[in-house]
Design a binder for this molecule. Structure first.
Ligand SMILES: [Zn+2]
Length: 173
């Protein structure tokens, strides 16, 4: 069998223990953080994303793969949204939630519209690169085809600290 590099979400090496509570329940945001940390260890900007189905089941999870795949569009959100849709046989994601450690960029916010994601919960705000609460504010634009419910600032401090530490280390190396 030939291995084909596709836009498959890759289960983190830590799945599920790092993100699981003692009762075995996996908290989606903790899993997104685990994906972000795994991305950082691969030299990627630490962003992780998870898509949760209507019953609370985790459909997909991914971290950034832009460096590894030489693909600037391989953002965690894009990979997780694609995988979730694939798993659901192409069904739109209007009854699903996207958890992501950083405010989505304009590309990912635009993709979220196309995937019809129902809800976006993100960690750190991104005044420079964000496209939801900053920059183009995509969902607030007139004519936006679909407006997901958005909750920002979930575990914001932790998400900010993770990004700052990554960029500090990168500057020093
Ligand atoms: Zn993005």
């Amino acid at each position: 069998m030939v291995a084909v590099r596709g836009y498959r979400a890759v289960m983190p090496a830590s799945f599920p223990p790092a993100a699981a509570r003692p009762d075995g329940v996996v908290d989606p945001m903790s899993l997104a953080f685990a994906e972000a940390r795994a991305a950082a260890s691969r030299g990627e900007v630490p962003v992780g994303a998870v898509v949760v189905g209507p019953d609370g089941a985790i459909l997909s999870c991914a971290g950034n793969r832009s460096e590894e795949w030489h693909d600037p569009s391989a953002h965690a959100e894009m990979l997780a949204l694609r995988e979730a849709t694939r798993i659901r046989g192409g069904q739109r994601l209007s009854d699903c939630a996207l958890y992501v450690t950083l405010e989505p960029c304009p590309m990912c916010a635009g993709a979220a519209v196309h995937f019809r994601i129902g809800r976006i919960l993100f960690g750190a705000y991104d005044p420079k690169g964000g496209g939801v609460d900053h920059g183009p504010r995509l969902f607030a634009r007139p004519g936006c085809l679909h407006r997901p419910e958005v909750i920002g600032g979930l575990r914001e401090r932790e998400a900010q600290d993770m990004l700052r530490a990554f960029f500090r280390n990168r500057r020093m190396s």
